[in-house]
Design a protein around this ligand. Structure first.
Ligand code: DHB
Ligand code: MG
Length: 217
């Protein structure tokens, strides 16, 4: 969405990665799977959690632990990121990176399928201060159900890719594949629900991928 020169300038000036974050990004770049948030989005997550004084946050979609580390660095002593990853391979990579980070004691990786693991997390944490959704796009409405049940009032719900790669604002179903149609329908529903002012104060920051931010009323 934003001019590439502007993004480069912002990244370099405000959102530099330390060597570990760089290594995580490079690892996924080499696997042609660099789908973690960009560094400016990591920094936005970090700043939001600080402003909000978040203590407990649940993330869906760990990948290599990149965003979990950005978030964990915003938390006070005793704060925690519970992060859910479906792929055993990614969970293993994330474990190895997080172990080497300065916030290893603030992050727990839960390996398994999102909905299943979230109900297990709910048994242990009851309510959380914030949730970051960055996983399978068709799952977003179900993740929002979980957020409405378990993120406290005044808590934050943040979601990546809510522009759905430039397709969410097209007013008709994409015609190319069933998978894309399902994702489009899910993201339309997700955004429409967040826009309900009786339930949320919400906005989308037009980052490259679209980053939605909502306060649960
Ligand atoms: C994809 C997923 C993401 O979360 C993202 O930020 C970019 C791409 C994907 O599945 O292709
Ligand atoms: Mg994403």
């Amino acid at each position: 969405m934003t001019d590439q020169h502007a993004l480069d300038y912002i990244r370099k000036l405000y959102a530099q990665e330390d060597p570990l974050l760089k290594e995580i990004a490079n690892t996924f770049e080499q696997r042609n799977n660099a789908i973690q948030v960009w560094s400016e989005e990591g920094k936005i997550l970090n700043i939001l959690l600080k402003i909000h004084q978040t203590k407990t946050v649940v993330e869906v979609g760990t990948l290599g632990g990149y965003s979990a580390i950005w978030m964990a660095r915003a938390l006070p002593r005793g704060g925690h990121v519970h992060t859910v990853e479906k792929s055993p391979e990614h969970a293993e990579l994330a474990r190895s990176f997080i172990k080497r980070s300065d916030v290893a004691d603030k992050i727990t990786i839960w390996e398994g399928e999102g909905a299943k693991i979230l109900s297990r997390i709910a048994e242990t944490v009851q309510t959380v201060d914030a949730m970051f959704i960055d996983a399978d796009k068709t799952g977003y409405p179900a993740y929002l159900d979980w957020a409405e049940a378990h993120v406290r009032k005044g808590g934050l719900i943040i979601a990546d890719n809510t522009l759905l790669f430039g397709s969410v604002y097209q007013n008709t179903l994409p015609e190319d594949s069933r998978a894309r149609q399902n994702a489009w329908q899910a993201m339309r529903e997700f955004n429409n629900r967040l826009a309900d002012t009786s339930r949320f104060d919400a906005i989308m920051i037009p980052t490259e991928e679209g980053l939605s931010i909502a306060i649960r009323k």
